[in-house]
Design a protein around this ligand. Sequence first.
Ligand code: CLR
Length: 385
Amino acid sequence: LPGEGVPAAQKSSWTSFVKSIVSFSGDLSSLTAPPFILSPISLTEFPAYWCERPELFAAIADAKDEKERAIAVLKWFISTLKGQYTSRNEKLGSEKKPLNPVLGELFYGTWPDRDGRGQTNLAVEQVSHHPPITAYYISNPSKGLALQGHSAQKTSFSSGSIVVKQIGHAVLTVDLPDGKKEEFLITLPRLRIDGIWYGSPYIELTGVSYIQSSSGWLSTIDYEAKEARGWLSFGGKSHFFKATVTPPGSSTPIKRIEGYWHETSKDSDSGEPFTDVRGPKEEVTVAPVEQMHEFESRKLWQHVARGIREGDYELASREKSKIENDQRQRRRDEQAAGTKWQLKHFEHIESDPIYERLGKLFNANPPKEDAYVFMHNRDFPPAAA
Ligand code: CLR
């Protein structure tokens, strides 16, 4: 039923929220939503989803050649999708509206070394507030792996769903034993948020995304592929995908994968298992809040988050106003002083040379994108973590 997932007292505010989405396109984060749909987690925490299976990330470094590496990167990438796109449903009951990060908000974390996989470090910075842009750097130095990327969204509304185009990309750099580097350009799928009328939003992935290696290997992931089904079955199941891995300069795949990104997938030809994410993942380890810098996400938002978690929405909105007023004051002070907010970890470049070079190989659209380059110039990983 429409409004099924909405608490009785919030039905009318949900209806007006949905109406405001329908007539809106741009930055959803700025819309006021009814309390039941608010998440106590800031968007700066989301890049951690890239590494919740640190052993699969580390395994990329152990692949023996370019082909095996392309396959290892695809396996790791597919295995991140469940966390990225379904974990709020599992943890919070439905997709929710994350806290909208402030400019300069930070999030640090680590995944400890275990079974020789090496320690993985995460640094996230909100590099723009308007529009919201989040930059991240994830590295496993002992394995010679680093993932750098940024994430923004363009939203629109289409036949009852929110359509989210992901802006930004990620580049994975692998240090090879011979001193050379291999780079992988990772593009991101489109999202459709369904279940809006019912008040229980969830994400479906659509379109195609790519992983292009500097070695020439290309993985293509098709989220709208149809599953081959018996004549008795109907009504497709969600989260199906098909992927292909093609060698340099060829359009004939040497490997085809299909399955469900939130459960299991297999080799389409041999039937051999490929990914299996039904088991537990490892959440990022963060420092205790007392040791955090005032701009670290969980410290900055702690009282707002408590209000949301405990259903004390007055506390949440009072604390949120404090943060927003402080931000407005900072911007006014900067303007008066003729200064600009300085990013801590990232430097903005207008056109990413890696995106341009690797994007040509698969006709990336757009052909150019900007990037935020990690500066390696600060305390990282933070001493506390
Ligand atoms: C951020 C980057 C991550 C993957 C990811 C997952 C969920 C997305 C989020 C990104 C961006 C913000 C997002 C969210 C789902 C809902 C939320 C689009 C792409 C919007 C702003 C909130 C909509 C409000 C409804 C729930 C009503 O790697």
